[in-house]
Design a protein around this ligand. Structure first.
Ligand SMILES: [Zn+2]
Length: 465
């Protein structure tokens, strides 16, 4: 048992039998459980939800029962390497002056230059004392993160028809793929890229307009939503599918006709559904669901330098790499689907929300043989995107090891290493703390469409197809 769990167990000992029963599965707790809880104990429970990563329950609890309001999201800038540890520390409410190491789930975005941290109002004074003492920079990103979560929900409940002004659960996304394949049945079909732990199929759409029979078109593979909470990735991917199939812009129809597209909006469908219904900040798969700690980071689980960097061997960790390479059915089945594609020209993966473009390898600063081409193509892609958004420039292109942090076991690196696919990219889309307003999905949808157009245009210039 780690220290954090010990502290919590001790604190929660006196909460009563009924409540203790509830807390065995905290993420499924109903608010009713807590109606009789005393104020002091409520604060303990609040912290417990925080630590166990049951954010959704925590927000309800926070807004409806406790007097804690407005949990802020604060970005802490890290100037020197030693600050890296520091940003993982936050004060505990009932022990002012005492600083306790919290779990990764609270620091829900770790970037190269800092971390985004959720801070409860009653911790703010001490939090800022630490920031001042350590001479760190802190910027408030959200004044009340629960507002954003509620906003995402109300939008999705109001919108019944599939659109790009709301976020949708996995069944609706799959429904969209089926509808499109029926409407455009001559060019497109629903494809199965693999299976999930809970028995879902990883569905995608193949778009392949008639071409010359003797020469098959190069394949472009799009993998999206491998990290469950990065909702903007599946949303822009379905937007891009819609553009390919419905746009009359000659650049887009030409883009559609040049390739055999395999597009998967959500390759972690269980995790996405879990993020949608239980824990907004869920990142992993849900394998081993029911144990205290479950799920594996599917982008640390591929069989390339598995477990080396930015990977954890603790199942409670957000970056748990799994018990072994390809321990997850999602990565195992999807990788064998990809392996069987002949003529794979480009592999594109979508994440959020660091606003950057990454090339292989994520755990090395050494440059691969066509690195210069990848950078040139990537730059054009980003230029096309910036022409559309005109607001925020992406960082890169570059290797994750150079512009983000070293990470091993990702899909992009496996594809490049195993299949020698010429054009391999990871786009980190824009946003704050994995949020992007649903009313503005189309902005990043247009941007992604242009970035892919830019990529294809420059790759053609360089003779890749
Ligand atoms: Zn991600």
């Amino acid at each position: 048992m780690d220290t954090w769990t010990k502290v919590k167990t001790k604190k929660l000992r006196n909460i009563g039998a009924q409540l203790q029963k509830c807390m065995r599965n905290p993420c499924a707790c109903k608010l009713k459980c807590f109606e009789t809880v005393q104020h002091e104990d409520r604060l303990n429970l609040f912290e417990y939800f925080w630590a166990t990563g049951c954010h959704e329950t925590q927000w309800h609890f926070n807004l409806n029962i406790t007097e804690i309001k407005e949990p802020k999201v604060i970005k802490v800038q890290r100037q020197r390497e030693r600050n890296r540890t520091l940003v993982y520390y936050l004060p505990m409410k009932n022990n002012v002056g005492h600083v306790t190491k919290l779990k990764d789930s609270l620091v829900y975005s770790d970037t190269r230059d800092g971390a985004e941290i959720v801070v409860a109002p009653d911790s703010e004074i001490l939090f800022y004392e630490i920031i001042a003492t350590e001479n760190l920079n802190a910027t408030v990103l959200h004044n009340d993160i629960s507002d954003i979560i509620y906003m995402e929900k109300s939008r999705r409940q109001r919108n019944r028809e599939f659109s790009w002004t709301a976020y949708y659960d996995i069944d609706d996304i799959n429904g969209f793929l089926r509808n499109m394949s029926e409407t455009y049945s001559k060019w497109s079909e629903v494809i199965v890229g693999g299976q999930s732990y809970q028995g879902r199929s990883i569905l995608g759409l193949r778009i392949n307009t008639p071409g010359r029979k003797d020469s098959p078109k190069p394949v472009v593979f799009i993998e999206s939503g491998i990290h469950a909470r990065e909702w903007i990735a599946p949303a822009t991917t379905t937007y891009f599918i819609n553009e390919l199939l419905t746009s009359s812009d000659p650049n887009i129809t030409a883009l559609r006709d040049q390739f055999d597209w395999r597009i998967f909006p959500s390759v972690n469908p269980d995790g996405y559904h879990y993020s949608f219904t239980v824990d907004r900040f869920w990142r992993k798969t849900v394998s081993g669901f029911g144990s205290r700690c479950f799920g594996t980071d599917p982008n640390r689980n591929w069989k390339y330098n598995w477990g080396q960097y930015s990977s954890s061997n603790n199942p409670c960790d957000n970056k748990y790499a799994g018990s072994q390479p390809f321990s997850e059915i999602e990565t195992r089945t999807l990788s064998s689907y990809i392996k069987n594609i002949s003529n794979l020209l480009a592999y594109i993966s979508f994440h959020s929300s660091a606003a950057m473009l990454l090339v292989p390898y994520s755990d090395s600063t050494e440059h691969i043989n066509n690195y210069d081409d990848l950078i040139q193509v990537g730059k054009t892609s980003l230029d096309y995107g910036y022409e559309t958004n005109k607001e925020e420039r992406y960082r890169g292109p570059g290797t994750a090891a150079e512009i983000l942090y070293k990470a091993s076991g990702g899909s992009m690196d496996w594809v490049r290493y195993t299949l020698a696919t010429p054009l391999v990219y990871t786009y980190e889309l824009r946003g704050n703390s994995f949020h992007w307003p649903p009313s503005r999905i189309y902005e990043q949808g247009d941007e992604v469409t242009q970035m892919i157009l830019g990529l294809a245009t420059e790759a053609h210039k360089l003779g890749y197809y």
